[in-house]
Design a protein around this ligand. Structure first.
Ligand SMILES: Cc1ncc(COP(=O)(O)O)c(C=O)c1O
Length: 360
């Protein structure tokens, strides 16, 4: 069987060129006689891999010198704890709750201090992004937290919240490198890489240097202290070396594609094809307020659970995989990350048109 169009929300599709290149280097990475999986993280070869990966990411995102780039483990979920442990100096933080992931992050932070939920879109099943232009930001808040792209619900902040001078912390797991970003506007940008960048097991944290201190909450483990990893250039202990190597290849691929501005154009074109179809369909309906639609995750429903299930099953048989919506929402969801080709979305829309004809 050949490759399918994989619409999984994560782990997700990776560029075929990257996979092929990795395959060709599997047994002998650049004359070392071993795979990257087998080499010491202190070796010269790996040192070059991680340093090149960091530099390419810096180039792609335009990361200023006063920000550190950390390659860590524990997934995005570990950051739900690491952020308050390291940043909650006053033990107060504001959270904007736009989905399950922000909700989980807020709940975790409550273990460490006072959490103010200053905005939420839970009243309408997280189908929109609340107006964040004039929120009651707490005077003593150590930071304001957002989940910038809501993987499950398919919403995205098109404008960052007005944090009234407070540090902005953003989970960008499902929109990482999908468009240009102004790093200076954030204190911390972080994301699990398994959606848009690489294999699960790596989480990237981009953090402004002044936020990296020894004054963390009492009891914070060494491994959960940003300073530990910043001081050691992400090599305090054995890092997820093979994952970092693949991330590095994806950064090179993104550069060869023309960088993040080009990716944004491509992603807009792909998403438009699907959203335009949804907007005129008599069977399928998008579930998100138009102004807040994500370019990466597109949820939709027929309004009939049995028909939704039939769609997912028949789509799979046609080589369109992982279109089932999140277990908490139902319906369908097409995740169309950077590595999903335009042809994949074309194939999906063609399939949907046909399904509509047969089932309406
Ligand atoms: C936006 C967002 N944040 C956090 C997570 C949790 O990531 P992890 O499984 O790496 O902990 C996910 C998805 O899995 C996500 O989509």
């Amino acid at each position: 069987m050949g490759r399918v169009y994989n619409f999984s929300a994560g782990p997700a599709v990776l560029p075929e060129e990257v996979l092929k290149e990795a395959a060709s280097e599997m047994l002998d990475y650049k004359g070392t006689g071993m795979s990257v999986m087998e080499m010491s993280h202190r070796s010269k070869a790996f040192e070059e891999i991680i340093q090149t990966a960091e530099q390419d990411l810096r180039d792609l995102m335009g990361i200023p010198d006063n920000y550190k780039v950390l390659f860590l483990q524990g997934g995005a979920s570990q950051q739900f704890a690491m952020i308050p442990m390291n940043l909650m100096k006053n033990r107060v933080a504001d959270y904007i709750v736009t989905g399950q992931w922000a909700k989980k992050a807020a709940k975790e932070a409550e273990k460490y201090g006072k959490v103010n939920r200053i905005a939420s879109s839970e009243d309408k099943t997280f189908s929109y992004i609340p107006d964040c232009s004039d929120l009651p930001v707490s005077e003593d808040a150590d930071y304001v937290y957002i989940c910038e792209n809501n993987t499950i619900y398919g919403t995205k902040f098109k404008e960052l919240p007005n944090t009234k001078g407070k540090t902005l912390v953003a989970d960008v797991s499902s929109c990482f490198l999908s468009e240009p970003v102004e790093v200076e506007k954030y204190g911390v940008i972080y994301g699990g890489v398994q959606k848009n960048i690489g294999p699960a097991g790596v989480v990237i944290v981009i953090i402004r240097e002044d936020l990296i201190t020894e004054e963390v909450l009492p009891g914070t483990p060494t491994m959960l202290t940003y300073k530990t990893h910043a001081d050691a250039a992400s090599l305090y202990n054995t890092p997820p070396a093979y994952g970092i190597y693949i991330c590095g290849k994806v950064f090179k691929w993104l550069k060869s594609m023309g960088g993040l501005a080009v990716m944004k154009e491509r992603n807009e074109k792909k998403a438009k094809l699907l959203y335009d179809f949804l907007d005129q369909s008599k069977l399928f309906k998008g579930t998100v307020e138009k102004k807040d639609r994500s370019l990466m995750n597109v949820p939709f429903v027929t309004g009939n659970k049995d028909l939704d299930a039939k769609f997912v099953k028949e789509a799979k048989a046609a080589g369109l995989e992982n279109l089932k919506g999140h277990r908490t929402v139902g319906g369908m969801r097409a995740s169309i990350y950077n590595a999903m080709p335009y042809e994949g979305v074309e194939a999906l829309v063609a399939f949907m048109k046909n399904f509509e004809k047969e089932n309406l």
